[in-house]
Every structure is written in C-alpha cells, then in structure tokens.
Ligand binder design. Sequence first.
Ligand SMILES: [Zn+2]
Length: 70
Amino acid sequence: MEKKVIPHCPICLEEMKVGQEVVLDGTFKGILHTDCSYLTLEEVEDQGLYEEIIRRNQRWLKQFNHTIMH
Ligand SMILES: [Zn+2]
C-alpha cells in the first residue's frame, strides 16, 4: 500500500473523513470540521462535505491529492 498523508483537523486532531461537514479556512488554507471551526463567515472560503471541498479546491490542496479520491 502507498503511504498516505491524511489531513487532520487542527482543532480536535481527528482524521478528516468522507461525509463530514467541513469548512475551508481562506486565510491559512486549511480544513476544519464545521463543529470545530472558530472562523467567522468572512474567513470561511468554502463549506460542505469533506470530499466536495477537496474536489472543489484541488488547486491548492494538491498536497492532499494522493490521500483520497484516487
Ligand atoms: Zn475537528
């Protein structure tokens, strides 16, 4: 098996999983669980299910490309 780098929520330190509600931090370009988010609406760049966020933001999430969906 390939070695995988799985994004973790920086707040609760849990692995991000498909189907979870997450928000995209527009400032630091990180992903947080919606429930863990401390961001204001202005700071949230995108919001939705983890896999949708990854798919919509491939350009700057390239470092995670090999983690899921392939
Ligand atoms: Zn979390």
